[in-house]
Write a protein that binds this ligand. Structure first.
Ligand code: SAM
Length: 275
């Protein structure tokens, strides 16, 4: 049975899957190879987030690819260090969200490619962190809950389109690659997963990205209301100034956040930041 292997490995290690860390281990080697095949379209070295029992890591290691894998679970990190010692894989025991950017600059002086089967509860913070790190890691292959991938890759006009879809729509090309059924994991989660690729493109200053975050958050704060009613405490001129900025960006203040294209949000951020 496809789910036997992680179960047996964990039992041999005296470990159990930790729900709090989103530990649903990939138990289907074909899916692992497919994900790693996508990552290998992009240049090494690789940063793997949450290697777990090494389902993806081992495919990269077999190919001799240089990998830094960051795992927060001490028991798993110890297991992985033993398993991959002497090869091309380095294990870092840490919370990915707490590793400072300068550490990644040191370890990846020329940049690299990210891959990971992410803990679902941390999908949004990890994607936001990868947006911050996009200069260092311009290419990313991620497995997430299927609905989250649908949201991240969504275009305007529907309820799936939200804050993160706008960020990725402006800063990247995000694409849903394929669906992975829940039965491919041990333990099986309650939902299916999907793999997505993200290629960051374009050069945007941190100031412009910060402005984008401010205006997009305001726009989506009350998504059922029209844009003119968005909360804008960051504008000294209040709603009047907001409507001027919307019009300057070609956005109808009587429209709703989910109808606005990423490019129009970028224009709004430029108008707000005076860029
Ligand atoms: N990559 C493995 C696989 O595909 O079987 C494991 C995937 S499992 C969904 C998520 C992994 O991320 C777990 O090993 C978990 O311990 C690890 N993890 C959870 N939170 C983390 C964090 N903040 N930083 C690094 N790893 C984390």
């Amino acid at each position: 049975m496809a789910t036997d292997s992680p179960r047996r490995t964990l039992a041999a290690l005296g470990l159990s899957p930790r729900k709090s860390l989103g530990q649903n281990f990939l138990a289907d080697p074909n899916v692992a190879r497919k994900i790693v095949g996508l990552a290998q379209k992009y240049p090494p070295p690789y940063l793997e987030i949450g290697p777990g029992l090494g389902a993806l890591t081992s495919c990269l290691a077999e190919a001799g690819a240089p990998v830094v894998a960051v795992e927060v679970d001490r028991g798993l990190a110890t297991y992985l260090r033993n398993r991959f010692s002497g090869g091309s894989v380095e294990i870092v025991e840490a919370d990915f969200l707490n590793v400072p950017a300068k550490e990644w600059r040191r370890r990846f002086p020329e940049g690299g490619t990210v891959l990971g089967n992410l803990p679902y509860s941390l999908s949004s913070p990890i994607v936001l962190r990868l947006i911050e790190l996009r200069d260092r890691f311009p290419r990313t292959i991620l497995m997430l809950q299927r609905e989250v991938v649908d949201r991240l890759c969504a275009g305007p006009g529907g309820k799936e389109y939200g804050i993160l879809s706008v960020y990725l729509g402006v800063l990247a090309e995000a694409r849903k690659e394929f669906v992975v059924r829940r039965a491919c994991f041990y333990p099986a989660p309650d939902v299916d997963s999907a793999v997505m690729s993200v290629r960051f493109a374009g050069e945007y200053s941190e100031a412009l990205v910060a402005a984008l975050r401010t205006v997009v958050r305001a726009a989506f704060a009350h998504r059922r209301k029209t844009l003119r009613n968005a909360p804008v405490p960051f504008l000294p001129g209040g709603a009047g100034q907001w409507c001027e900025l919307l019009l300057a960006a070609g956005i109808d203040p009587a429209g709703r956040a989910e109808e606005v294209l990423p490019a129009a949000y970028l224009a709004l951020a430029r108008a707000f930041a005076g860029m």
